[in-house]
Structures are given as structure tokens and as C-alpha cells.
Design a protein around this ligand. Sequence first.
Ligand SMILES: C[S@@+](CC[C@H](N)C(=O)[O-])C[C@H]1O[C@@H](n2cnc3c(N)ncnc32)[C@H](O)[C@@H]1O
Length: 241
Amino acid sequence: MSAYDNIAWYYKRFSNVFFSKKLILRFLKNTFLEFGISKRARILDIGCGTGSILSSLAQIGFKKLYGIDISKQMIKFAYITNSSFNVRLYNKNFLDFAARNKFDVVLSTMDVLNHVDKKGLLKYFENVRRVLKSNGLFIFDINLKEYLKNLGERKKVIKRVDETLFTWKFKAMRKKISINFSIADAKATVHDKIIEYIYSEREIEKLLRKSKFVIVKRIYDYNSPSKTCFCTKVCYVCKKI
Ligand SMILES: C[S@@+](CC[C@H](N)C(=O)[O-])C[C@H]1O[C@@H](n2cnc3c(N)ncnc32)[C@H](O)[C@@H]1O
């Protein structure tokens, strides 16, 4: 059992309400154009969750798509989302993933890297490097330190979407935040506990340099080149040299 198993069905149904997938997709399309990524590129989505980014890429004509996720339930929904596309999916921890054929692009979007602890993060970057072709692109986002610290201070957030009530309870520690998540509707209440590790941009960039990536683009919340106090995420486009 891993985090996200309990809430996979709700994630599939509601993630669009909380995350702007349209913004991510627009950013990816522009970045692919800018760096000459063709529709025949081999693309791996790490922490693909319920597979919505993969299905959107398939719909606009990308042909060689692969996804990996540690959660059995999330990947089960990724199969359903992508049932009419030729997308290859793996239920695995990326840290244990090896690829015979290398990829042109590796993606990891929507907080995936916040679930990896510091020791794991360097291994993660090194493994991305291992599975990427030379000059391949690594595109990922990570929740900002300031944003997570702020959430920790709020302690509890409640949101209602139609008849479904979402409650997040936060407990902040120095380098991580634990999130007790519950979702209640007329049929059931489900709970999950998620840990997000807190990284400064400096720490991330140091680890990227250590694993020999060059940062070619940095953007906030998928639409702003500069950081404001309202930003939640930083997104990096890196190149394997
Ligand atoms: C917030 S979800 C994001 C899902 C998806 N990228 C999206 O955009 O909707 C984070 C996902 O990362 C997966 N994950 C976390 N650590 C992982 C790892 N080491 N290997 C593979 N998947 C992982 C979780 O199971 C979860 O499905």
C-alpha cells in the first residue's frame, strides 16, 4: 500500500479542480516546440498518477509514451485513462527503474519530487540521467519551500467541491510536512497520509549540478518567469549534457 492508493479515484475525478493541467500542457507544448521535440520522441512521465498528462500528449499526436507510478491504484486508473492510446505503463518505484531504450524527454509534474527524501532525490536525478539520451530534456516541478512552510502554519484547510468535502491537516517539521488528507461524500470517507519534503531552490539546483544537468529554463507556476509571494511551484527544464 502506498500513499495515493486510497484516494486514487478522487484524484482522477478532482485533480483538475486543484491543479491547472491546461497550464502545464500549454507549457509542455511550448517547451517541446522551443527545444525541437518531435511527435516521435520517446517520453517518460515519472509519477504519472492517473495518466492525464500522458493521455493529453497522446491526443495531440505523441506516439511513444511511457508512464511509471509507485501507486498500484493510481496506475490502474492510468490504464483506464489511456485505454484507447498506445501508452506503456509500469507500476514501480522510479528509483528501481531501468530502461533498455533511453528517452528523449523525462517528465515529473505535480509534486512528484516532493515525495522523495533528500537521499532519494540525488539517486532520482542520477537515475533520470541514466534513462535519458544525451541532450535529452528533464522537465519537473516542485512545491516551493515558502509555500509549504505557509501551509504548515495554516494547520488545516477545508474545501467543498459539489457534494464532496476535502480536508487537509498539516503538520510542519523542519524539512518536511505531513498532510493528513480526508475526502468525504455521501457514499464514503477516505483518508490518506502524504509526506512532502521541503526543498529550497538552492538545494535542488545544487543536486541538479551534482548530477550533471544544466538548467535551461526556470518558471513559476507554469506561467511566470519571476517569483512572487503567491507562487506555489517552481518548474525546471534541464538538459543532460
Ligand atoms: C500528486 S501525484 C501527481 C500525479 C501526476 N503527475 C499528475 O500530474 O496528476 C504524485 C504521484 O507521484 C507518485 N510517486 C511518488 N513517488 C514516486 C516514485 N518514487 N516512483 C514513482 N512514482 C512516484 C505517487 O504515487 C503519485 O501518483
